[in-house]
Ligand binder design. Structure first.
Ligand SMILES: [Zn+2]
Length: 239
């Protein structure tokens, strides 16, 4: 599996993934059409499938133009049907999506919003989590109660440590500062804040991350229970 991550709009990421065996190409989320087209042309790739994680505007706006240009099939969460009535397939928990010879299992990961799904490529140890989780952070809760996002995050955190996690935004500098504020005595958080500052100053993405790194430094995964998680999420909104 070849993966190309690139920036869209101001801080969104989109990812292209290509099955090397068949040349099949999928896009995970379409914040805007133009940067996707630029990346596809640069690589000489077509676009076969668009995988949608959730219905927020900054994840779907590019879909109509990309479908018109490439004839890509749209795979969308079952609960996003009203926002994406023209999708070719609606998916929910346990469904399998095939990208050439690659197989992704659909996980329903609600909490940021009701319809949110993640796409887990178990054989490749890669998961696309949209706005459920970020590097050193997590999405805002638009779909309470906080139990839902907490459960989604705990499920993702239980994946093998080497699993690579692709998320939908570059929010890591602010997230790392918040993690250092919450856990001032955690040396791994302090070290990671430094490396994130250096990466962002150099314009280097901090996505993907790994489950192992997140377990060590992401204070939303590290909360001991739902109440602590909810308090941290609230505090982050005001940080
Ligand atoms: Zn969102």
């Amino acid at each position: 599996m070849e993966i190309a991550l690139f920036t869209c709009l101001s801080d969104n990421y989109a990812a292209l993934l290509r099955d090397e065996a068949t040349g099949t190409v999928a896009l995970v989320d379409a914040p805007a059409a133009e940067p996707v087209i630029v990346e596809l042309e640069r690589r000489g790739w077509g676009l076969d499938v668009i995988l949608v994680t959730h219905q927020h505007h900054d994840h779907i706006e590019g879909i109509p133009s990309l479908v018109a240009r490439y004839g890509a099939k749209v795979v969308a969460p079952r609960l996003a049907e009203q926002a994406l009535p023209d999708a070719d397939r609606f998916v929910g928990e346990g469904d399998i999506v095939e990208i050439g010879a690659l197989r992704a299992e659909v996980w329903e990961t609600p909490g940021h919003c009701t319809d949110h799904v993640s796409y887990h490529f178990a054989s490749e140890k890669v998961i696309f989590v949209g706005d459920t989780m970020f590097t050193m952070g997590c999405g805002r809760i638009f779909s309470p109660p906080p139990e839902k996002l907490h459960a989604s995050l705990q499920r993702i955190a239980a994946l093998p440590g080497e699993t690579q996690v692709y998320s939908g935004h570059e929010y890591t500098l602010a997230n790392a500062r918040f993690c250092a504020h919450v856990e001032p005595d955690n040396p791994q958080v302090a070290a990671r804040l430094k490396s994130v500052e250096a990466a962002r100053a150099a314009g280097i993405p901090t996505v993907p991350t790994t489950i192992a790194e997140e377990r060590a430094t992401n204070v939303f995964l590290r909360a001991t229970d739902v109440a602590e998680f909810a308090a941290r999420r609230e505090a982050k909104n005001r940080f």
